[in-house]
Design a protein around this ligand. Structure first.
Ligand code: MN
Length: 499
């Protein structure tokens, strides 16, 4: 399982010394209590670390630079308890480079009507201080997230938790490495892109290796290791022989076991967290990696078919952002295949040739071996299942030549009306928001791909915040989308993001 670091977030409270030491002692006490309770709430995926109150230019600058340098710090949460003159923040903020949450809250929930006096007003004035602080951010054109609400409310804490996941996606983006063992599919446009620009914009390193180098790593896997993994497959999954010879079935499956082990070793040795393959460029590999890639995705690796490195990187990022989530429903590479246009039941059947991540499976998973309609290799083994129901998000990162655009679509996953016994691949079925016609029209107008990175466990807000932190355009297709407005938005964005 690919793990990301146990990140922390620093909690920095702003104030000044206008009201004396007693007031500052209260500020520190209040912010410490907030940090303690946030950590105890169970609503945050990462730990919050309290930092001494920031009251002047020098301390602000030093603390924010320490946050830049600290490898376990994935971001800073700031809150102006009292008044913090924002000129003091200019140099520190200009030098700060990690995600920042402006948490607009206050220590007391209610106005203490019976006792409130001017001292209380001076001490508890984030409604005032946070506006001063927000102003300088806007003036500096710096990206930040603003969350407003009472710190002890569960919904507020959960929003902070979601933002933390986005922040980790931002910080980890610059460590993401994608291995290409095949080029993009010939003549296909949307899976292409500028890899240098992707490294500049996102930090991704996208490198090519000859497919036969990884095929060598597969060849080196011992029979003992393969047999042990085969036993795990037979134990874990339902085997659907469908008339095939039992021994031949196991031999075919052994090829995928060898690929799984060999690929994982090669990726680990070379330090890559995502991979692309291509059914037409398999070198000495006996089968298209099917079940093997499905299981690697489940372990946290990103994947894109037909050389699609942008989607592979997005799948990995979305796996990072959802890591360790309680009751997670899954994240996968996906492809739009075919429509159901029956009135009231409209939707898109999603699959890929083979490579759908079993983390999205609902119920039993079986192994089938069937010929591929493309390529020239052995019938590959694959995991077959149907996906869970419920709301989810599908995203497509495209290269428009002078910039990237992330297209984010809210979708609702459903069961198909009937099983599809002759379809030997894992599937999902969803209706895009706001409805199939509007959703598909908007997607096509935005230039979205047929490949997507898909997750039940992220929100459009999180993906949009990630895109904003990366400095790229994001467009949302959701319950509020109307085509006329969407076309205008694309036009306006053309002006905003002129490179
Ligand atoms: Mn494809």
């Amino acid at each position: 399982m690919l793990k990301v670091k146990n990140y922390q977030f620093w909690f920095c409270t702003g104030s000044q010394d206008l009201y004396g030491d007693e007031c500052l002692a209260h500020v520190a006490e209040h912010s410490q209590k907030i940090v303690e309770e946030l950590n105890a709430s169970g609503n945050l995926p990462y730990e919050v670390v309290w930092k001494p109150t920031l009251i002047n230019n020098e301390r602000i600058r030093r603390t924010l630079n320490e946050a830049n340098m600290d490898e376990t710090c994935a971001g800073v949460i700031t809150w102006m308890h009292t008044f913090s003159p924002a000129k003091s923040w200019i140099l520190g903020l200009k030098e700060y480079q990690k995600p920042l949450l402006h948490f607009h809250t206050q220590f007391n929930r209610d106005i203490p009507y019976d006792t409130i006096d001017m001292d209380f007003m001076n001490e508890n004035q984030s409604a005032h201080g946070d506006r001063e602080y927000g102003h300088i951010f806007t003036r500096l054109h710096k990206e930040r997230k603003v969350i407003m609400g009472y710190w002890a409310d569960e919904d507020v804490q959960k929003r902070i938790g979601s933002w933390m996941r986005t922040a980790v996606g931002v910080v980890e983006s610059s460590r993401l490495r994608v291995m290409r063992i095949a080029d993009n599919m010939r003549n296909v446009a949307v899976t292409e892109g500028d890899k240098v620009e992707a490294q500049i914009q996102f930090g991704w390193e996208v490198d090519a290796y000859p497919v036969n180098e990884i095929a060598e790593a597969v060849k080196d896997v011992s029979a003992g290791d393969i047999n042990a993994l085969l036993d795990e497959y037979y134990d874990k999954y339902e085997i659907l022989l469908e008339g095939r010879d039992e021994k031949e079935f196991r031999e075919h499956l052994a090829v995928q076991a060898g690929i799984e082990i060999g690929f994982e070793r090669f990726l680990e040795e070379k330090d890559y967290q995502a991979i692309v393959t291509h059914f037409g460029d398999l070198g000495a590999l006996k089968q298209l990696p099917g079940l093997a890639i499905q299981r690697l995705m489940e372990k946290g690796y990103g994947f894109g078919g037909e050389g699609d490195w942008k989607t592979a990187a997005m799948v990995r990022l979305m796996k990072i952002m959802t890591q360790g989530m309680k009751d997670a429903k899954g994240t996968s590479f996906m492809e739009d295949y075919t429509y159901h246009l029956a009135p009231g039941k409209e939707g898109i059947l999603q699959a890929h040739m083979l490579e759908v991540c079993p983390s999205i499976a609902d119920g039993a998973i079986s192994i089938r071996e069937k010929p591929l309609s493309m390529g020239d290799r052995e019938d590959p083994a694959r995991l077959v299942f149907t996906a869970k129901e419920g709301p989810a998000v599908a995203a497509s990162l495209i290269d428009l030549g002078h910039r990237f655009r992330l297209i984010i679509n809210d979708v609702v996953c459903k069961k198909t009306e009937k099983p599809m016994p002759n379809l030997p691949v894992a599937t999902a079925f969803w209706t895009p928001k706001p409805d199939l016609k509007t959703g598909a029209e908007a997607w096509i107008l935005a230039g979205g791909a047929h490949h997507t990175a898909f997750s039940y466990d992220l929100t459009a807000e999180q993906l949009g915040d990630w895109a904003a932190a990366m400095g790229i355009e994001a467009v949302f297709i959701d319950g509020h989308t109307s085509i006329r407005q969407f076309i205008n938005e694309l036009r306006w964005n053309e002006a905003v993001y002129r490179g």
